[in-house]
Design a protein around this ligand. Structure first.
Ligand SMILES: [Zn+2]
Length: 281
């Protein structure tokens, strides 16, 4: 949902780094024998994700030859990447990629883990493939769980390959209640295909983004109410509107679809809020 550049780490290098610390010699030999197959699986996965067809991937094609799925995940991902070994450096490097440590799946939570875009239990050959490892907050990681895409429309956005932040797609409207509050939604974008529109909506719904953005946005409204009242005293609704637009522009310049900038913009564009709504905060 919020784009990130793909890690500059080859799938083969990541796999070899993760299996190299395996102490058991016969086990290490079995893992090394699967290197080409793992590398080829990573290539197929990248092609599928770039063409929006990961939902058609077959789990049988993403097993590690000669090694059961649970063992492959334990030996390469858990032992070789999460807990120790050279793979740990790769794990930390991918975790550190998002600006301000913000989760690219929701744009809000703090990165705590790596999420497997294609679940490691079903696609063990991709369990240490950098393209398949997405920095995520705990909430997003928990919500997504072991879900694999079931159709093109329910394929979650991949931060490395689905770059939708060149347009404004996050909207919010002021609910004229006491106190006023915001409701967030996905705005239709004319240049998007129907499939992409459905994917963005699915992503937005699955991760509960409307419910996750509303509390901090409503808290922000409360925080700025005194300032707005003072501005209104000096220059009326137009001065309030100018202030809100300035705040929105500053934030949207760096994060076009960040909830904070969108909050300021929605308030600025609501005549009721600028003229009297803020008094009910
Ligand atoms: Zn998140």
């Amino acid at each position: 949902m919020w784009p990130l550049d793909p890690p500059l780490i080859a799938a083969r290098d990541s796999y070899l780094a993760c299996v190299s610390s395996t102490q058991d010699r016969p086990r290490r030999a079995r893992l090394l024998a699967a290197t080409d197959a793992v590398d080829q699986a990573a290539t197929r996965f990248r092609h599928a994700v770039q063409t929006g067809r990961v939902c058609s991937l077959v789990t049988d094609d993403y097993q590690v030859p000669g090694i059961r799925a649970t063992e492959a995940v334990t030996w390469t991902y858990r032992n070789g990447m999460v807990n120790t070994g050279r793979g740990r450096e790769i794990y930390q490097q991918i975790m550190a990629a998002p600006p301000y440590e913000r989760c690219p799946l929701c744009g809000h939570g703090i990165v705590r883990t790596l999420d497997h875009y294609m679940p490691k239990s079903s696609f063990p050959a991709l369990c240490v493939t950098p393209d398949n490892l997405v920095p995520a907050c705990g909430d997003c990681n928990h919500i997504k769980g072991e879900k694999a895409p079931a159709s093109p429309e329910t394929t979650l956005l991949h931060p490395y390959f689905d770059r939708i932040d060149n347009v404004s797609w996050l909207g919010a409207r002021v609910i004229r209640e006491t106190p006023p509050r915001l409701e967030f939604h996905v705005k239709p974008v004319g240049t998007w295909t129907q499939e992409l529109t459905e994917r963005v909506r699915h992503h937005f719904r699955l991760f509960g983004l409307a419910m996750r953005y509303a509390p901090p946005a409503n808290s922000l409204i409360n925080d700025i109410r005194r300032r707005i009242a003072a501005l209104f005293e000096c220059g009326g609704a137009s001065l309030v509107r100018d202030y809100l637009h300035d705040e929105a522009d500053t934030r949207l310049a760096t994060r076009r679809n960040g909830w904070e900038g969108v909050t300021y913009r929605a308030l600025a564009e609501d005549d009721w809020f600028c003229s009297q709504g803020f008094t009910t905060c």
